[in-house]
Design a protein around this ligand. Structure first.
Ligand SMILES: [Ca+2]
Ligand SMILES: [Ca+2]
Length: 312
């Protein structure tokens, strides 16, 4: 009897010890989870004064090209917060529209521009914002102020891996989702890179290296003549009254009917430069010509789609 009571006492003590240990473990894990989510939340919070380096920087350097600067976190200074709060959502929605349709400019109150003729009328502290991507490629974006592509001038990388992360941590019961960057997909919408102060008269050419972060070698420039397939791979639109250009790249070699959405980004060149670009007679002429060409392409595309229902 005494022995049975002793055994009962021992097993109940063991149970209490085990359940106490589990409670402590649960509390520790709970605290750890809250600390991690709070940390990520704080990291994702915008800072009003100084731009913050992103905590993930791609090490990809296709063709041995150097970066112009490190990637900064979305909304981390006043300019970036303004872009984030007032323009980013609209531009993200534009990515759902047909950028090649003539109606795109009417729907978005933008003006189409020849991407090979982006130049600065006045000096400006220029910056590029990542808007989004629509591809499984890990493309590289760069720019050149002294030539087209990467074989001439002064090519520099902007986003070595322009790939958007769709990962997020969800906090139960609060319906909060905190996105986070990864090594493979290091960008979130609104992340940006400063190109530095570019002087008046600077010609801005952008280039994309298709899947450059994974060894891809197809380079497409805003100058069609520099492209290996001889095709246009870029669309550019200006937002009158804003400081932004909106640019879309097609990353597929030989894709004459591309969607130009594989990489979407915005370039802050300042309102004065946007006004100068929209007032230039040449782009206006190009706008009419561009609309006509787009109409022809759009009609051809529609006819093809009617004949081949599998085209989307
Ligand atoms: Ca992607
Ligand atoms: Ca595409």
């Amino acid at each position: 009897m005494k022995q049975a009571r002793m055994l009962e006492f021992r097993s109940s003590s063991l149970y209490r010890w085990r359940s106490g240990r589990e409670t402590v473990c649960h509390a520790l894990f709970g605290s750890l989870f809250i600390c991690m989510t709070a940390g990520l939340f704080l990291v994702s919070l915008p800072c009003s004064s100084t731009a913050q380096d992103s905590y993930i920087q791609s090490s990809a350097r296709p063709f041995g090209l150097e970066i112009v600067d490190r990637v900064q976190t979305s909304g981390s200074d006043q300019r970036a917060a303004d872009f984030q709060n007032n323009y980013l959502a609209s531009m993200r929605q534009w990515g759902d529209l047909d950028l090649t349709a003539p109606s795109f400019t009417q729907l978005t109150s933008t003006v189409s521009l020849d991407p090979s003729k982006i130049s600065l009328a006045t000096q400006y502290d220029t910056r590029v914002y990542f808007v989004g991507d629509n591809t499984s490629n890990r493309n590289t974006l760069g720019f050149n102020t002294a030539g087209g592509g990467i074989t001439e001038g002064d090519p520099l990388l902007i986003f070595p891996n322009a790939s958007e992360s769709n990962r997020s941590i969800s906090i139960p019961f609060l319906n909060i989702h905190i996105p986070y960057r990864t090594t493979n997909d290091p960008l979130l919408p609104g992340d940006f890179v400063n190109l530095g102060t570019l002087s008046a008269g600077t010609q801005l050419d952008f280039f994309l290296i298709a899947d450059g972060a994974r060894g891809g070698t197809d380079v497409f420039s805003t100058r069609t003549s520099a492209n290996p397939d001889g095709l246009n791979h870029t669309l550019a639109f200006v937002m009158p009254g804003s400081p932004y250009l909106f640019v879309g790249f097609e990353d597929l070699y030989g894709d004459a009917n591309g969607d130009f959405k594989d990489l979407l980004f915005a370039v802050d060149i300042g309102a004065a430069n946007i006004t100068a670009l929209t007032n230039m007679p040449e782009p206006s002429t190009l706008l009419i010509l561009g609309s006509f060409v787009s109409l022809v392409i759009y009609r051809k595309y529609t006819l093809l789609a009617e004949r081949r229902p599998d085209i989307t």
